[in-house]
Each structure stands twice: as C-alpha cells, then as structure tokens.
Ligand binder design. Structure first.
Ligand code: ACO
Length: 310
C-alpha cells in the first residue's frame, strides 16, 4: 500500500469523512460517482410517474401536496448532481450517460401509475424503501453525499407519510376505494423490494462499497428491514399482504418472505420494463426544451464576467 492509500484507509476505518480535495483511489471516486449519479437520476426520473397525476389529483389539498412533493424530488436530484460534481464530473456528462443508457436509475420508476392509489403507494412504499436505504447512507464515507442524505431524509419522511395517509383514506373508504388501495399495494410491493438491488451474493459492487464504507448495510439487510417495517403498516390499513409466504420467524427475529422475481428485475434494469423508453424519451424532450434556459444563463454569465475584466 502506498502512504496515500494507507492514509485513506486510516480515515475510512476511523469513520472520518472523505472530502472532495482529499486523495482517494480512482476506483473509489468512480464508484461514488456511479452510485451518486444514479441516485440523482432516480430522483429526477421519479418525478414522471407521480407528475402524471398532478392534474388529476382528487382534491385541491391532494394536488398541492403532490405538486410540492414532486418539486422536492427535483430539488433532491439537483442537490445530488451538485454533490457529485465535487468528484470531478460535470452535470452535463452525467445527464448524457443517463440519456445514452450507460447510467441506470431506480428500476421502480419504469412501472406505470395507473390509478390515484399508485400515488399513495409510491409515497408510502417507494419513498419508504428509499428512506430505509438513505438513513443508512447518512453514514456513507463521502462527506458531501452523507450531508446530502441528512437533508434529503427529512423531506422523504414527509413524502412517506403523505403517501401512507393518501392510501389510508382509500383503504378506509368505499369498497371500490379499498380495492384500489389493494391493487396498488399488490402492484408496487414487489418492485419496491427490488429497489434494494440484487441479493448480496449477486451484487457486483457491494463487497468493495462495504469495505470503503460507501454502503453501510448490505442490499439484503436493508430489504429485510423494509419487509419487517411494512407488515404492521399493511395490517393497519386492513389490506391483504401481497406475499402469501410472509411469516414471522421467532428465531431470526425477522419475517420470512417469498421469492423475488429476479428475472423481472434484470429485465427492467436492462431496459425492458413497461416504461423505460417513455421515461428516457420524456427526459430528452424536456432537456431539449430547456436548452434556451441553459443558453441564457451561459450568455448572462459570459456578459457578467466580461464586464468584470473591463
Ligand atoms: N434499480 C436499478 N438498478 C439497480 C437497482 C435498482 N433497484 N439495484 C441495483 N441496480 C444496479 C446497480 O446500479 C448496478 O448497476 P451498474 O453496475 O450498472 O451501476 C447493478 O445493478 C448491480 O447492483 P449492485 O452491485 O448491488 O449495485 P450497488 O452496490 O450500487 O447497490 C443500490 C444498489 C442499493 C441501489 C445502491 O446503488 C444505492 O444504495 N444507491 C443509492 C440509493 C438510490 O439510488 N436510491 C434511489 C431510490 S429512489 C429515490 O431516491 C427517490
């Protein structure tokens, strides 16, 4: 090990944060860029399935809350892009990777939102799963990422509650509304479990990411936490659990569960989900429509800088 590598590992082992100007192994930098940029893309692409319901929210209150939540997701994305830029990549490069398909985003956002119940299910289950992961990432070793997570988790908690409250209203409503809530739970439960990534034994990046404390808990451990916390929430809603194999295991102190359809997971992350093409096409179109804003900012900054030189 070189002295630089030794110093880096000493910091990691001492739970010190790695900051942008610190020396870091190239593979560490690349891995953090990969995870953070994919996280940022997930926040931004995640606006689409919910944005689909802003004009059709069932009341003014629901519409205001949803609008605000979707705006928060944009903020999280921008915040994460800025934090990732501290590692020496530009936002333009990250966006190009997303649009060309070389960078991924969370698989869950390739599922369609067919009913209003899906908006509740996304807030409750998808943001709920994101929080379980992100609470753990508050202790990630890269300083700007850890600090971003602290701020983002506060807003995600509000998102999760608004989703659960929306679904609770449906679950306690008419038989048709309760059925809508059940249907949304059935469709979003399994994809939410897939958000934590493949089994640890199949996870390409986990070993190194755990050693470098980029990840603080493994995919399977985080997934189990989410499964455990979701059981009483489903019971409180009075809905049927989508997994018939769910069963408390006294010895493990956790719920046992049925098998996840990994074929579906790999198919979705490889571009063959219901909405993959639509999500990227929409992103490209919005990006192109916004070109004049970026051009105007660049022109304004050039003018300001030219004035300074005079
Ligand atoms: N959706 C899409 N791709 C995934 C998913 C998923 N749910 N899970 C794993 N993958 C991808 C990985 O990105 C990786 O692909 P790559 O090599 O092309 O980058 C590949 O599958 C192998 O998986 P892992 O080796 O397990 O990847 P990793 O160690 O990065 O773990 C995880 C995946 C848990 C998602 C991790 O990247 C992470 O914690 N990311 C930050 C949190 C995040 O992105 N959250 C988005 C949630 S939605 C939201 O925030 C609104």
């Amino acid at each position: 090990m070189t002295p630089e590598e030794q110093n880096f590992m000493r910091k990691i082992n001492a739970e010190d944060k790695i900051e942008p100007k610190d020396w870091m192994p190239d593979a560490y930098r690349k891995n953090v860029i990969r995870q953070m940029s994919q996280h940022a893309h997930s926040e931004v692409i995640g606006m689409q399935p919910e944005g689909n319901w802003i004009t059709r929210a069932p009341s003014l209150r629901r519409k205001a809350v949803l609008l605000s939540k979707v705006q928060d997701e944009a903020g999280h994305g921008l915040y994460l892009y800025s934090a990732t830029e501290t590692l020496g990549i530009t936002r333009a490069e990250m966006i190009e990777a997303l649009q060309q398909g070389t960078a991924k985003y969370a698989s869950i956002f390739n599922y369609p939102t067919l009913t209003w119940g899906d908006v509740g299910a996304i807030g409750w289950l998808v943001d709920g799963a994101a929080i379980v992961n992100q609470v753990s990432l508050q202790r990630t070793s890269y300083g700007p990422y850890a600090r971003a997570m602290i701020r983002i988790c506060k807003e995600e908690s509000f998102h999760q509650r608004q989703g659960y409250e929306a679904l609770l209203a449906l679950a306690k409503g008419s038989p048709e509304q309760k059925q809508m809530a059940q249907d949304s739970l059935n469709r979003f439960y399994w994809p939410a479990l897939m958000m934590f990534g493949p089994h640890d034994s199949e996870s390409a990046h986990s070993a190194k990411s755990m050693e470098w404390k980029i990840k603080r808990e493994t995919n399977d451990d985080l997934r189990q936490k989410f499964i455990d916390q979701t059981v009483p929430q489903i019971e409180f809603l009075g809905l049927a659990h989508p997994d018939p194999a769910i069963k408390w295991n006294e010895e493990r102190g956790h719920y046992d569960h049925g098998d996840i359809d990994w074929e579906e997971f790999y198919s979705v992350i490889n571009g063959n989900g219901h909405c993959n093409r639509q999500r990227i096409e929409h992103h490209v179109a919005a990006h192109e429509e916004g070109a004049w804003v970026r051009d105007a900012i660049t022109a304004y900054n050039d003018k300001k800088n030219a004035n300074k030189i005079k």
